[in-house]
Design a protein around this ligand. Structure first.
Ligand code: PMV
Length: 316
């Protein structure tokens, strides 16, 4: 039995679109910040009889909901040459409708706990590879601070680009709905690939945005990092939008408008969003408290969570 803890991450340079073929390999490189203060804690116990059981926040997950977790467990069993079922117990200390994807921290914690529980001496690269096959963004949550995920000839490689203290960044998560239902990222990506006239433009622009964001992070340039992160998210959503994959809601646009007004007033405020309507505002540590208050008053914003760069996944 092993327990692992992992934290969600927010992409500054977005991943959107998969390479053709198996293995869940992103079509573009991405770069994220792992967030402190929000955690998934997952315990894996091998040795049960019968089928794998996956319990998420106290609720046993039915077959389809746990299919990707069971596929990960199958890979771990094959590598460890064991043939027993697993009991998986996973808890998030942040709500599913918090605006933060739990799949990244969830698959990172599951991959780490499962490899250790099976007695495998897996390197962090091997654990990240397992996590990526469940949810590509999860590979980045194995690492703390600022992390990249770069497609390679075979698979993709995740690695830390800069430690937690590299930038005085704060992420203000503006939650705009309690409704957890959105087009799942993999469905949205596939629809964008198949139907968007701008998917090619996104594939062309994303690696350049990634390279520029990576340089800005390594140089410790907060303003440039945040500015380019906003562009990456807008480019990603523009490609999705043209395929009818729309994650914006009225409150999303209200937050974007407020962010532009804050910027015009001289504040560091840039917006990013993922496969959901919540907006994550990127700002500096110094400005974060005042900005969180301001954004909390935007019509349609239910609450604002303030997160800072955090550590990678671990076995506590
Ligand atoms: O890893 P997935 O399948 O949850 O996809 C993540 C997609 C985005 O969150 C929109 C972007 C990203 O790079 O995290």
């Amino acid at each position: 039995m092993t327990t692992a803890v992992a934290h969600p991450n927010i992409a500054l340079a977005k991943y959107w679109g998969k390479r053709a073929g198996d293995g869940n390999v992103p079509a573009v490189p991405s770069l994220s910040v792992t967030l402190a203060g929000l955690s998934t804690r997952t315990t894996v116990t091998f040795g049960a009889r019968g089928e794998d059981v996956v319990v998420l926040n106290g609720i046993v997950q039915p077959g389809p909901a746990s299919a990707r977790a069971r596929a990960l467990l199958d890979r771990v069993r094959a590598a460890a040459k064991i043939d027993v079922a697993a009991h998986v117990e996973s808890e998030n200390d942040f709500p599913t409708a918090s605006g933060l994807a739990s799949s990244a921290s969830g698959f990172a914690a599951l991959a780490l706990a499962a490899t250790r529980a099976a007695g495998l001496d897996a390197s962090v690269d091997e654990v990240a590879d397992l996590a990526r096959r469940g949810s590509a963004s999860a590979a980045r949550s194995l690492f703390g601070g600022f992390c990249e995920l770069v497609p390679e000839a075979e698979g993709a490689r995740a690695a830390q680009v800069a430690p937690e203290g590299a930038l005085p960044l704060r992420v203000l998560v503006c939650v705009v709905t309690e409704d957890a239902k959105d087009v799942a990222s993999s469905v949205g990506m596939e629809q964008t690939r198949a139907e968007s006239p701008y998917y090619g433009a996104w594939l062309d622009a994303a690696p350049r945005l990634f390279a520029d964001i990576r340089s800005a992070v390594v140089a410790g340039d907060l303003a440039k990092t945040c500015e380019l992160a906003e562009r990456s998210a807008l480019a990603m959503h523009a490609s999705a939008l043209a395929a009818g994959v729309v994650y914006f809601r009225p409150a999303t646009l209200e937050v974007y408008a407020r962010v532009r007004a804050l910027r015009a007033a001289g504040r560091t405020a840039f917006a990013t969003m993922d496969a959901g309507p919540h907006v994550k505002v990127l700002t500096s540590a110094d400005e974060s408290e005042a900005l969180a208050r301001d954004l909390g008053a935007v019509p349609g914003v239910l609450r604002v969570l303030v997160a800072r760069p955090g550590p990678g996944a671990s076995v506590p």
